[in-house]
Design a binder for this molecule. Structure first.
Ligand SMILES: NC(=O)c1ccc[n+]([C@@H]2O[C@H](COP(=O)([O-])OP(=O)(O)OC[C@H]3O[C@@H](n4cnc5c(N)ncnc54)[C@H](OP(=O)(O)O)[C@@H]3O)[C@@H](O)[C@H]2O)c1
Length: 219
């Protein structure tokens, strides 16, 4: 599989808290045109964006999404309901969110199973890929390495649409990780909190071993 995109897509990162700016920074560094948004006025993040994510453009969320090929959801899951699914129709969506009751509170629909499967059902007009959710924001930045680096780490990319998984694998590769494709959003449950690769930054062989064991029990 060729995981390298021919042309960098336009990225919209929705969420400018902990992980959103890191994803945006890595993507700018990798040559992507990047817009970043909160739920509010882009003016409010203009200065901080210029300082910490030079090259990224603060935008209203609706505008960032409309102009993007790939939309990265980097907002807390309990705020996901605020997004209008129609605004993401036709987009390739990276779900970097996790269900984290300590900060999300209890969200009944997410208590069982796979959070990205629920996200994908709500975003029925989008193609959803689960990625960039399982590495903490500090580590995500610190462990990013070029493809040639022998100490490069792995990141999972799960989805039901193989072309979408390949495209996001390309993104993951360009921003500094060995992408490990997983064949469905359901299989992507291994990337969730409590799963074998959540919060640990593994090499590809370590990652594949950990995930293989777990996916066998999910299928
Ligand atoms: N922290 C990590 O290391 C890490 C790593 C990987 C994945 N994740 C996952 O990524 C998600 C975000 O985590 P975080 O730690 O970055 O959260 P956070 O620091 O609380 O930041 C959340 C950001 O989302 C914005 N936001 C909220 N509603 C929005 C909306 N409707 N549209 C656009 N932006 C919106 C918030 O801005 P306003 O409130 O101003 O709108 C804020 O900038 C979580 O699901 C988390 O599990 C986190």
């Amino acid at each position: 599989m060729n995981t390298i995109e021919r042309e960098p897509s336009r990225l919209a990162v929705l969420g400018a808290g902990h992980v959103g700016p890191v994803i945006a920074r890595l993507a700018v560094k990798a040559g992507y045109p990047v817009a970043i948004a909160t739920s509010g006025d882009p003016e409010d993040i203009a200065l901080i964006t210029e300082l910490v994510i030079p090259g990224a453009r603060p935008r209203w969320a609706s505008e960032a999404a409309a102009e993007a090929d790939i939309v990265v959801l980097a907002l807390p899951l309990h705020r996901f309901g605020d997004l209008d699914p129609a605004r993401l129709d036709g987009k390739l969506v990276v779900d970097a969110m996790n269900y984290w009751p300590a900060s999300d509170g209890t969200l009944e629909p997410f208590e069982e199973g796979g959070s990205s499967e629920i996200v994908a059902r709500r975003l029925a007009g989008s193609t959803v890929v689960k990625a960039l959710n399982h590495i903490g924001y500090h580590e995500l930045e610190d462990w990013a390495r070029p493809a040639s680096d022998p100490d490069r780490r792995a990141a999972g990319v799960a989805g039901d649409d193989p072309a979408a998984v390949a495209a996001i694998a390309g993104l993951v590769d360009r921003i500094g990780y060995d992408p490990v494709p997983l064949e469905s959003l359901r299989a992507g449950r291994v990337l969730q909190p409590g799963g074998p690769v959540f919060g640990v930054v593994l090499t590809r062989p370590e990652f594949e071993r950990a995930v293989d064991r777990e996916t066998r029990s999910l299928t």
